[in-house]
Write a protein that binds this ligand. Structure first.
Ligand SMILES: Nc1ncnc2c1ncn2[C@@H]1O[C@H](COP(=O)(O)OP(=O)(O)O)[C@@H](O)[C@H]1O
Ligand SMILES: Nc1ccn([C@@H]2O[C@H](COP(=O)(O)O)[C@@H](O)[C@H]2O)c(=O)n1
Length: 339
């Protein structure tokens, strides 16, 4: 190893832990095997990724759906599905239907949370789900039609109370709270409910004062503390939405080639690999170091590729008669007898 690079190397080795394949580069083979908990196996790294689940909460008419639509538009190169908590409103009993103005649609019990959980768990496992369709005018689900939601890269779960239940929260990778002033929300709600949901002004105002506002204070606002990101002004906040989309892109990775070519394997990015890529791109690097680190990176690719070839395990005795003491290169060449 060149002397000038010893300290950089030392830091990288210390920080990175075992290399992906379980073999430390140039190090002794006393490091943990590939099955170690700290080193993901080839199968783990290339296993189908679990969908990225985003929860979007906020008060009524805060702009949740608008924000979700903007995120979906910007994630056009990924498969994204939107699930509304509203779809899981319970059906009303005949008595409740008769006195619908006394029914609190803003209480957590108004939702069938068990079914919502089942839906998100099913989608997370890569299976499609038949999501109910809710009719806000009739206050009930359409009994004979569903929306078939397919497995996807990103699942967005949107609703006033999606952060209320711990079990639902725990399924989320990212939680967003859309924060819009109450007067703006009420104004939007009046317009929306009278235009789209078949209500009159008096009933909207009465429902708001009796149920919507108290439930916001009791359940929605307290769940804001669970949010990772709070978006003031909802869909008007383009900066926040751009940042969120960037983050999701990073989390999903850019390995679209894997979707097109099922036999493409991507080496997991580690601190050490990123460090070496940084060094060889540094215009000030010496020729010697450039060759040294490029050589290491190339060797990683070769070792990784060899790991994908069929092999049978072999016991070997080293020339000194000691079992198991060999450097990483020797391990690759001796342990795997290629077909
Ligand atoms: N930034 C905005 N400016 C103006 N109107 C908006 C804005 N965001 C949402 N709206 C309107 O307010 C209403 C509620 O928005 P929506 O996104 O459906 O909220 P939520 O899903 O939180 O109930 C809709 O009629 C929508 O068109
Ligand atoms: N039959 C129903 C069901 C729900 N609501 C109201 O909808 C609000 C939640 O939907 P947002 O799109 O505004 O998030 C909630 O505040 C309920 O009061 C309803 O009016 N009728």
């Amino acid at each position: 190893m060149p002397e000038a690079t010893t300290s950089i190397d030392y830091v990288m080795e210390k920080a990175s832990g075992p290399h992906f394949s379980g073999l430390r580069i140039d190090g002794p083979t006393s490091s943990p095997p590939a099955s170690s908990a700290t080193a993901p196996s080839v199968a783990d790294v290339n296993a189908p990724k679990q969908p990225f689940v985003i929860g979007v909460s906020g008060g009524t008419a805060s702009g949740k759906t608008t924000v979700c639509d903007m995120i979906i538009q910007q994630l056009h190169d990924h498969r994204v599905v939107l699930v509304n908590q509203d779809s899981f409103y319970r059906g009303l009993t005949p008595e409740e239907s008769e006195r619908v103005h006394e029914y609190n649609f803003d209480h957590p019990d108004a939702f069938d949370t068990e079914q919502l959980l089942d839906c998100i768990k099913t989608l997370k496992s890569g299976q499609p789900y038949q999501v109910p369709i809710y009719d806000f005018k009739k206050h009930r689900r359409c009994s004979d039609s569903f929306r078939l939601v397919n497995a996807s890269d990103v699942i967005i779960l949107e609703g006033i109370l999606v952060f209320h239940d711990q079990r639902v929260r725990s399924l989320m990778n990212m939680k967003i709270f859309v924060d819009t002033d109450a007067d703006v929300r009420l104004a939007r709600r009046i317009r929306r409910d009278t235009v789209e949901r078949g209500r009159d002004l008096d009933s909207v105002l009465e429902q708001y004062a009796k149920f919507v506002k108290p439930a916001f204070d009791d359940f929605v606002l307290p769940s804001k503390k669970y949010a990772d990101v709070i978006i003031p002004r909802g869909g008007d906040n383009h900066v926040a939405i751009d940042l969120i989309v960037q983050h999701i892109h990073t989390k999903l990775g850019q390995h679209d080639l894997c979707k097109i070519y099922p036999n493409v394997y991507v080496i997991q990015s580690t601190f050490q690999i990123r460090g070496m890529h940084t060094l060889i791109r540094d215009r000030g690097i010496s020729k010697h170091d450039f060759v040294f680190y490029s050589d290491r990176l190339i060797r990683l690719v070769v070792e990784h590729g060899l790991g994908h070839l069929p092999f049978t395990e072999k016991q070997v005795v080293t020339p000194t008669g000691v079992l198991g003491i060999m450097n990483s290169e020797a391990l690759v060449h001796f342990c795997y007898s290629m077909h």
